[in-house]
Design a protein around this ligand. Sequence first.
Ligand code: F6P
Length: 342
Amino acid sequence: MNVGILTGGGDCPGLNAVIRAIVKRGHQFGYEFTGIRDGWRGLVQSNTIKLTKQAVSGLLPMGGTILGTSRTNPLKKPEDAEKLFKNIETLKLDAIIAIGGDDTLGVAAKLHAKGIKVIGVPKTIDNDLSGTDFTFGFDTAVSIVTWALDRLHSTTEAHQRVMVVEVMGRHAGWIAVYGGIAGGADVILIPEKPFDVDEVCAVIKKRKEEGKNFSLVVAAEGAYPKEAGGMITKDKTLDSFGHVKLGGVGEFLATEIEKRTSLESRFVVLGHLQRGGTPTAYDRILATRYGIRAIELVNEANFGRMVALQGNKIVDISLEEATAKLKTIDLEMYRIAHIFFG
Ligand code: F6P
């Protein structure tokens, strides 16, 4: 059995831990592994490497992905799709494990519908994939946001300022809510709940009246003011899955807050710091459990599935179910966060 492995979409701490677990467990079944470079692009271009047991040794704590990644939609152009199907045959791939988020696994679901033997592993720091309680990488991102908020607290308080911290989260506020709760944010803004700038300012002013001369606002990059009617974007260019480049809500808010409250305001964009570097222990363990189950599903010839965490159990759900709709924030978690606003 020759199993192809690819990592697609934005990178995520724990990708290498998944690859290591798949290869080490698969080796026990006597399988061979072909590493597909740069996500689905590697299958269009037939760009691969051999993944031996030795090649994955030492990968557990490494950030990034040894396979490289890209946001390539191989089904967008018919000529790319044709090359992809031909290369699956030429490379003699008996099965493919795709490690990715909504876009990468959306392609996996379509390929499975066309008869390709695919398994998915849920990856995204945004934690917005359906059918799984957590994706690996999310815990690491939350711990980086928490670390940043702890540091920003002391400088913000010392200067009696308002600090707006922009975190990742395109359509879902998971990182903002979990990071904001852990880091003691005074206001948390998420894409699921368009905000009113005056209401944010009122919370900050009330804090000041109560003797708190500083405030920390956490805003997901996809959060937007009701008055704007849509997300704040960097420019109008789209990637191959049709996503715009987000960014700017932090700067927008800091400017508006200073204007409307006369309190000195700053903003920090945490950006790719949340994605880079070594995974937390939680993510290493989750990534390892996902990798093991993924290759065991291959061994059971149970294709078209995505491994998932439900409660404390690793289960599997259909790729269609996993990619049908995004998983937005758990409103109970938002309720808890909201109790600490102000
Ligand atoms: O991985 C998902 C994500 O973290 C989104 O929250 C964010 O919009 C996007 O990646 C940005 O990634 P890049 O700059 O690599 O396109």
